[in-house]
Design a protein around this ligand. Structure first.
Ligand code: MN
Length: 485
């Protein structure tokens, strides 16, 4: 999948690297015991450590360390047995310590990879440069008062994993696929809930362009804190086109931090890009280096679940699904579990088809997730059984499915209640055919005169006569016989 911008003088390609801040799933903060519930009252989850009170000492939360290692393993990355926390110094009203505790030259996780499965069937491997642990800052609220800013420190000290990719992406679509895949892996691992709308996963996009074929990277701009995948993709496209316009009109891009305004679809400058040395990083004297042995890492590795890539491969080989269907089913772990429940001892392709084509569409329309589906996996499986054993036709099954969605009942009860059982006995079908033929002698004449296509019309009429319940195979066979001259 190529994304190229045709300029006046050159054809340009875009180079994208993403930095994701993922909030670690943990009941307490990174260096304090304060809780981390989303949506709590402002400043109700703040310890003295989080408020930067003098003399307070940070104490590392072991669960957060384990979650970072777990994530590193899920990204097939190198786990660094020794890592160091550093202070990143800057002033901001919502950073009471005057520095952020982060990791600098010795992060907890090193190089890894994420595989993207693009819609055109091509796989792309994107490098992970590093993952490090750091604490979040508080939140400044500017829109509650015309001249005052309010500070909420609930987020101050919350554990974040900063996951930095290599500049390996070449289109907004790849950036979108990367974020979806990363989110899927984090959710499978249970290390971050991935909710971008709640700020649990935030993305900074580094964007530059270069003439197609040029080696080396040109100056990049960083678009900060974009909070939806769609906006990340829009921001990248806008920014890339802006760079091309600047170069083609003879200008230069200066390295800076920019902000995406989703209302007008533009990025605008926030500040010139600060360099690492501006932050005067140094090892935090209050914290010992993190050191673990191979056993510790092996123990965490032994608890990893089957991840989306492996599950997808298994769905292809075990159930004979297409790569596309398998990919769709494994994005969310809950969906893959639901599918496997439906497919158990049944035709897996039929199961995949009902889940993807019918259930997903319906849930989307209702705006609910599969965990809230009014149709349980058990009931969807029973519906497929009723088709397989010829109790109902595939057409009637769609009606039963709709009733299941509305009423949440099992398919057996619905079929029984509404008298939807398929008619397979010859007698009633023959009666219905006789009736339709008697009512439409003209059509019978035409058919016998060679207008074969009318067979479809007859099928429809007899179906109507039987309330859609005639077994289609039987009906066709009897109809051909009766209509024959
Ligand atoms: Mn960061």
């Amino acid at each position: 999948m190529t994304f190229l911008i045709k300029g006046e003088t050159e054809t340009w390609e875009v180079v994208i690297g993403l930095e994701v801040h993922a909030q670690v799933t943990s009941e307490a903060k990174l260096f304090s015991g304060a809780p981390t519930y989303f949506g709590a009252d402002p400043n109700s989850q703040v310890s003295f450590v989080d408020a930067g009170m003098p003399g307070m000492l940070p104490v590392i939360n072991e669960i957060c360390v384990e979650q970072a290692v777990r994530t590193g393993l899920g990204l097939k990355a190198r786990i660094n047995n020794r890592s160091v926390f550093s202070r990143k110094n800057y002033f901001y009203a919502d950073l009471p310590q005057g520095y952020q505790i982060s990791q600098f030259d010795l992060p907890i996780v090193g190089k890894g990879t994420i595989v993207l499965d693009m819609p055109d069937g091509v796989s792309r491997e994107i490098g992970i440069e590093r993952l490090h642990l750091e604490q979040d800052a508080g939140k400044s609220i500017h829109d509650l008062h015309p001249s005052k800013t309010f500070i909420d420190l609930n987020r101050s000290g919350v554990a974040l994993m900063e996951i930095v990719s290599d500049p390996d992406m070449r289109s907004p679509e790849e950036a979108g696929a990367y974020l979806r895949k990363l989110r899927s892996i984090l959710r499978y691992l249970g290390t971050c809930n991935g909710n971008m709308d709640e700020g649990s996963m935030r993305c900074d996009a580094n964007v530059s362009v270069r003439p197609q074929g040029e080696e080396g990277l040109r100056t990049r701009c960083e678009i900060k804190n974009v909070n939806s995948i769609r906006f990340v993709m829009q921001a990248i496209e806008y920014e890339a086109r802006r760079h091309v316009d600047v170069y083609e009109s003879g200008g230069e891009i200066s390295q800076e931090t920019r902000q995406y305004d989703s209302n007008n679809g533009e990025t605008r400058s926030m500040r010139s890009k600060e360099m690492a040395h501006d932050y005067r990083y140094f090892p935090d004297p209050d914290l010992l280096p993190l050191v673990f042995d191979d056993d510790y890492v092996a123990r965490i590795k032994a608890t990893l679940p089957e991840l989306p890539d492996e599950k997808r491969e298994r769905f292809i080989s075990e159930y004979g699904l297409t790569a596309y269907d398998a990919g769709v089913l494994v994005v969310e772990r809950e969906t893959s579990v639901y599918f496997e429940d439906v497919a158990k001892d049944r035709d897996p392709k039929a199961a995949a088809n009902w889940v993807i084509s019918n259930l997903f569409g319906a849930l989307n329309k209702m705006g609910i997730s599969i965990t809230d589906s009014p149709i349980t996996a058990d009931n969807l499986g029973k519906l497929i059984d009723l088709i397989t054993d010829n109790t109902i036709s595939g057409r009637i099954a769609k009606d039963v499915f709709e009733i299941m969605l509305e009423e949440g009942k099992g398919p057996d009860a619905i079929v029984e209640e509404k008298g939807l059982k398929q008619i397979t006995d010859t007698g009633p079908i023959e009666d219905a055919i006789g009736q339709v033929m008697a009512d439409n002698p003209g059509k019978v004449e035409e058919y016998r005169g060679g207008k074969d296509k009318l067979i479809g019309w007859f099928v429809g009429q007899v179906m109507k006569q039987t309330g859609g319940k005639a077994n289609p195979g039987k009906l066709n066979e009897l109809l051909q016989k009766k209509l024959a001259p």
